[in-house]
Design a protein around this ligand. Structure first.
Ligand code: BGC
Length: 764
């Protein structure tokens, strides 16, 4: 049974009723972010029950020393952790001498959380009966500003319900925090200085080793009803890494008192290290001048602009609607494309897991969403991120014994260095290199921007091709090139030979890189000369790539008529997932790793991932055969799995199945299919959810500079609509059972192919 406590609503995520067992899950689901920072939805007031504290700053990480039982040459020195950042959100609340703590109250009533996705703010309310008999109503509103992305705002209101009360608010800023996933009980933050006045406090801390310097700040204002009251602290507690200011205020029965807390971070990545406090003061000053209402108005406006382009509407199915909006909301909370140094972490700002920032997820799953819902520069920035890390990818390959400019991009990275340290992933999950090349192809295909490859992409493609050329070995027995000892996208197999997806990707990369070298040489001679001088690439080398690509070995079963996931796949005991006892699932929580490795179960699309990327290389009949062969063994225990299957089921006109996969991908976290949402949300796969609508149901493809659509609609829906930014024009697609409407918000007629028919869409 999946989790089902989130109330269905088209625009909000709503929880009603207080349940201690749900707190950690809700902390993930109600997370906030603004691209620059983010936080789990921890209670502001003290909470002594199970909680997972999390505040994060984009790009601020720590190189946690690799912890393995037996060191192997080539291991990265460290695992990058996205760091739990100083907490500026905390507010201890004391009511008539008793600390407010929902885990210790005599009673909690009318507990409710609502995440207003449309407007970008979060609201929590409840009534509590304290052990001392005082009853209070609490309303807490919070948002992280999109306009001023170093700023967060909290409005925390308390109303005594049955008697008057003396309330002490003790807001604090605390850099004495740790990570849940710390390996060595190391401290990550070195306190540098604190400053405070009656209303403000600043705690400056620096990360050990990486030396990111951060000023976490707060500014407090007190109100009785709507009237501001003097906020002189009755107590000030200062530690080297924490400042807490306590304000006392008496409230009559039914009288509301409010603490408004502004807070956030200024970071040395954006300011000079010795001017962080001054920068924070400027942020506060500007925010105080605007005031809460204007800040919230600006927040609503900024989110309205995002939704204007990114929204997908679904009529007739509120759970599906809520699912897609949750996904779009979280993606925009995580990455807005404003800062080319940043990328999209699989958990965004909702948890610590996948502590590194960048995975192949960005290229394989996220790029299409950002290409279509933002301007082209955002997608170009995502590609350029890897271009700027090419030297590190070459170094990374050198550490593993590759030479001559071969590049192996890391599986997980913060700054271009590999920082994932399981050998079967670090050394073996090399298919990631292919996704980076594929993204260059995908971007060029979608945007028509032919300048990226000569300017930057070609060097990346050359490095990647060189890697594949060296990684493939010639087998005399087979008279073919083989790729040994790999992990494919299906991480439930390690150290396999000839993973079909990896071999196919390698072969494609070699061909594609060769074609681009020829194209640049012919069409952009000065760029070619520059790149050839820098990399030493020449015709003879390119011919070798083509020779390897052409002679690549692909495991195939004549009996089943399918490409085999890897050598020996058919030797497994091929019991389908539907014949497994459901008590055994999820396998990764129930079975030993050894048992998983020997089983036929597939964590996520593997062969089918290849069919997704290279759809045009295969017939529909081939897709159907492979889908029918592999899907029954797939457990979808990676969030990246259901979306690919949804797209393919839609292509095969299996709309019920496509719809089921759609719900699973879009509500993966809301309904907690994989029973792990407490650790954080699956942000990168959310872009896959977007693809399941646009590419799956909408059937959108780009071929030869033209948009193609084959719109289909699940029986459960009355209609759905989405918008895409295609080459500087916005096209709105509205699909109903009776037909599809296209509206072009641009000034140049656009030719599209709908269900095989070429049509011209006129502006307006
Ligand atoms: C998946 C990988 C993915 C990673 C981060 C893993 O569970 O198997 O494909 O890159 O999660 O999302």
């Amino acid at each position: 049974m999946n989790q089902d406590y989130i109330q269905p609503d088209a625009w909000s995520i709503i929880e009603e009723g207080f349940d201690k067992d749900r707190v950690k899950s809700s902390e993930s689901l109600f997370s906030l972010g603004n691209g620059a920072m983010g936080q789990r939805a921890n209670f502001e007031e003290h909470y002594s029950g199970p909680t997972f504290q999390g505040n994060y700053i984009a790009g601020v990480y720590y190189p946690d020393k690799t912890r393995v039982g037996w060191w192997k040459n080539g291991y990265p020195e460290y695992f990058a952790k996205v760091l739990n950042a100083p907490d500026w959100t905390g507010i201890d609340v004391e009511i008539n001498g008793e600390r407010l703590d929902l885990a210790a109250c005599a009673e909690v009533r009318a507990f409710r959380r609502e995440l207003h996705m449309k407007e970008g703010w979060y609201h929590r309310s409840f009534e509590a009966v304290l052990q001392n008999g005082t009853e209070v109503r609490v309303e807490a509103r919070r948002f992280l500003s999109l306009d001023s992305d170093e700023l967060g705002v909290i409005k925390y209101e308390v109303t005594p319900l049955n008697r008057e009360a003396v309330i002490v608010f003790s807001p604090y800023v605390d850099a004495g925090i740790t990570n849940e996933d710390a390996n060595w009980d190391e401290k990550f933050w070195e306190p540098i200085e604190t400053r405070h006045s009656s209303r403000e406090a600043f705690v400056v801390a620096r990360t050990y080793k990486t030396h990111f310097k951060v000023a976490a700040f707060m500014h407090n204002t007190l109100f009785r009803d709507a009237e501001e009251v003097c906020a002189e602290p009755v107590r000030t507690q200062v530690r080297e890494d924490k400042v807490c200011l306590s304000y006392e205020i008496a409230a009559g029965r039914g009288e509301r008192v409010t603490l408004q807390k502004l807070g956030g971070y200024t970071v040395s990545t954006n300011h000079e290290g010795d001017k962080l406090v001054a920068a924070a003061q400027e942020v506060v000053e500007a925010a105080v001048k605007k005031g809460y209402d204007a800040l919230l108005q600006a927040q609503k406006k900024a989110w309205a602009e995002i939704w204007e382009m990114a929204d997908i509407t679904i009529e007739g199915d509120v759970k599906a609607q809520q699912g897609i909006r949750f996904n779009i909301f979280q993606l925009n909370q995580t990455y807005l494309g404003k800062d080319a140094r940043l990328n999209i972490g699989p958990k965004g700002f909702t948890g610590e897991k996948y502590g590194g920032s960048t995975y192949w997820d960005t290229e394989a799953y996220c790029l299409p969403f950002y290409m279509a819902t933002k301007n082209q520069q955002v997608a170009r920035n995502l590609l350029a991120y890897r271009y700027h890390q090419l030297d590190k990818a070459i170094e990374n390959a050198e550490k593993l014994g590759f030479t001559g400019g071969a590049a192996l991009y890391p599986m997980v990275t913060m700054n271009g260095e590999e920082c994932h340290n399981e050998w079967e992933i670090t050394f073996e999950e090399i298919h990631r290199n292919g996704a980076i090349a594929y993204a260059i192809y995908n971007y060029t295909r979608y945007t028509g921007d032919d300048s990226y490859i000569p300017e930057k992409g070609l060097e990346v493609l050359i490095g990647i091709a060189r890697f594949w050329k060296q990684r493939a070995t010639y087998s005399t027995a087979k008279n073919k090139y083989v790729i040994l000892g790999v992990t494919g996208p299906n991480e439930y197999e390690n150290n396999v030979n000839n993973n079909w997806y990896t071999n196919y990707m390698a072969s494609w990369c070699l061909e594609y890189a060769a074609a681009q070298v020829y194209r640049v040489k012919e069409q952009s001679a000065p760029d070619y000369t520059r790149v050839a001088e820098k990399t030493g690439v020449n015709d003879a080398e390119v011919l070798q790539w083509k020779e390897t690509a052409g002679a690549m070995y692909f495991p195939y079963s004549e009996t089943h008529g399918v490409n085999l996931q890897q050598d020996g796949f058919l030797d497994k005991e091929l019991v389908k997932v539907c014949d497994l006892d459901s008590s055994q699932r999820p396998l990764n929580q129930k079975w030993s790793w050894d048992r998983i490795l020997r089983s036929p179960y597939i964590k996520q699309a593997d062969v089918l991932q290849g069919f997704y990327f290279f759809e045009d290389h295969f017939t529909r009949e081939e897709l159907e055969r492979h889908f029918d062969f592999y899907e029954p063994f797939t457990v979808h225990e990676s969030s990246l799995s259901p979306c690919v299957h949804s797209i393919q089921a839609a292509l095969l006109d299996r709309m019920e199945q496509a719809y089921a996969f759609y719900l699973r991908t879009s509500r993966l976290d809301l309904d907690d299919y994989n029973r792990e949402v407490a650790e954080g949300c699956h942000i990168t796969s959310m872009a896959g959810t977007w693809m399941s609508i646009v590419e799956g149901f909408g059937g959108m493809r780009v071929k030869d500079n033209t948009l193609y659509f084959t719109p289909k609609i699940p029986a459960q829906w009355k209609s759905y609509s989405f918008k895409i930014n295609f080459r500087g024009q916005v096209l709105k697609i509205h699909v109903k059972a009776s037909g599809t409407e296209f509206t072009l918000e641009g000034d140049t007629p656009l030719e599209v192919v709908v269900n095989g028919n070429r049509t011209k869409i006129m502006p307006g």
